[in-house]
Design a protein around this ligand. Structure first.
Ligand code: ZN
Length: 504
């Protein structure tokens, strides 16, 4: 009896999954190959599929099945796959039914308008043009939070939706700790002569860049039987099933760093999704567990592995043979410091792994202050400049490269959109250091271009579980301790202590 109901629930969830995957495929196509003329119809088609999957998921029949299955869930072990699926589905269902469909549609209309205005306002450096839209977005964001009135902090509902298990207070505490260590480190590094990265700014033909990046991705363990890479404007990873996990990248022929590290970043996301157990296919369990944990995998493979000296000991001679005219005379040390150049820069997405977190914390703090009503939208450009100058020692010369730079607030609600990036930096180091303690040969394997031990450890301890455990659960289980900034700070101090003088 219970088994029949359980199968019925799974069948319904599979339909929801299929509609969302179809919407994902439309989005992938839109971002890679669609001719511009398709834009209007595509927006409508994506919205239709989004509405259908939402309707199917919030169907009261699902609620009834979940109620009927509650005794069954309680009779099972907490970590059984069935109980985990019911637990996760219940959490997502209860969240989904609290937001009225009409509200979601209204917000979707508003944000697509806001996005349109932003695409013109940013190049024109015209914050005043988007200001009324952003004010409306903030209003919608407050309304959205209030569909979950038992929050401790008004940002909690947003943070919980991407990083379930953490609240504004937890993130603020971790960020305050990190900030205290990071600000002096950043100023010690940036007060020294910047690394010379001119070797990266030469002409590098696109084909060769793409081929090299994809070759490394496959060495990491990216399965091309279940994946592919295409070009786009803003790189991303997307999954239509566990058998089809795709990455996208972009190339700049006058800068070597962009395509290569974008590819390695998205490969990290893809390895996580490809590593999920096959029997989770088509269920809500078949995806990474939180934005922070997902980002930990992109950062681990991009930065901790892909920007390490050991990695390049092996791969640099190969890269030199691909680009003999450009890199033939450039020593490994020069190349290594170029790809790890730390500088005070205006743009978050171009920032190095040391300063990146300061960009994130600034945005996170502003999200909290805006939602709390402590900060007005009209004051945002000035407050941005002041805080940026305090943190980085430089002031953005305009709003274009200040408050207007990120798409997030102009294309969605305000809240919960940034903390995952820094949680990812912290967690990437925590997972890597645990793996390297369990298997001390990992660093020397990386020097030989071998990644199997590391990849296997991550699959075994993290990837296979998908969303079965929450982020705090899987962190504790895989690393033996809760989220901690120690491994990350140790990693930064060791790595950048070799590249810069940090003693004085
Ligand atoms: Zn990412």
């Amino acid at each position: 009896m219970m088994e029949t109901k359980f199968e019925e629930l799974k069948a319904r969830l599979l339909e929801v999954n299929d509609i969302s995957s179809a919407a994902g495929l439309l989005y992938w196509d839109q971002s890679t190959y669609m001719p511009p003329g398709g834009a209007t119809a595509r927006a409508r088609q994506t919205a239709t599929l989004g509405r259908l999957s939402h309707e199917k998921f919030t169907d009261p029949a699902i609620g009834k099945l979940l109620d009927a299955l509650e005794p069954y869930e309680k009779s099972l072990a907490y970590d059984s796959n069935e109980a985990s699926l019911l637990r996760l589905t219940r959490r997502q269902y209860e969240r989904a039914i609290k937001i009225p469909a009409a509200f979601t549609a209204e917000v979707a209309n508003h944000t697509s308008e806001s996005y349109q205005v932003w695409t013109e306002a940013r190049p024109a450096n015209d914050f005043e043009r988007v200001r009324p839209y952003l004010e409306k977005t903030l209003e919608y964001s407050r309304q959205a939070a209030n569909f979950f009135p038992d929050y401790d902090h008004i940002a909690d509902p947003f943070i919980e939706s991407s990083d379930y298990g953490m609240k504004a207070e937890d993130v603020s505490r971790v960020f305050a700790e990190l900030r205290q260590e990071l600000v002096p480190l950043v100023s010690a590094i940036t007060s020294q002569d910047p690394a010379d990265d001119s070797c990266l700014h030469q002409h590098f033909p696109e084909e060769k860049q793409l081929a090299f990046g994809l070759e490394v991705a496959q060495q990491f363990g990216y399965d091309m039987n279940r994946g592919r890479q295409d070009k786009t404007h803003h790189p991303f990873m997307t999954k239509f099933s566990l058998g089809d996990v795709r990455i996208t990248t972009r190339t700049k022929e006058d800068f070597l760093g962009d395509a290569l590290f974008s590819t390695l970043h998205e490969t990290g996301h893809a390895l996580y999704e490809q590593g999920i157990r096959m029997d989770f296919e088509g269920t809500p369990l078949a995806r990474g567990t939180s934005s922070g944990v997902h980002e930990s995998q992109s950062r681990l493979w991009e930065n901790i592995v892909g920007r390490s000296r050991g990695f390049w000991k092996h791969y640099y001679p190969q890269l030199q043979s691909v680009f003999p005219d450009q890199l033939g005379d450039v020593p490994l040390d020069t190349f290594y410091s170029a790809i790890n150049k730390v500088e005070r820069s205006l743009i978050r997405t171009n920032a190095d792994e040391v300063t990146y977190n300061l960009h994130v914390m600034l945005r996170f703090d502003f999200e909290l202050a805006l939602l709390e009503g402590e900060l007005e939208i009209r004051d945002l450009p000035n407050v941005w400049r002041e805080r940026f100058e305090a943190d980085f020692g430089i002031a953005p010369p305009d709003d274009k490269d200040g408050v207007l730079q990120d798409v997030h607030w102009y294309f969605g609600l305000i809240g919960g959109s940034f903390q995952g990036y820094t949680l990812g930096n912290i967690l990437g180091a925590q997972f890597f250091s645990t793996a390297a303690k369990a298997h001390p040969q990992i660093p020397s394997e990386i020097e030989n271009g071998e990644f199997q031990t590391l990849h296997d450890w991550l699959k075994e301890n993290l990837y296979q579980h998908g969303s079965k455990y929450t982020a705090p659960e899987i962190i504790e289980q895989a690393t033996g301790s809760p989220l901690s900034i120690e491994p990350y700070m140790a990693y930064l101090r060791t790595k950048y202590g070799e590249l810069y003088d940090l003693e004085s």
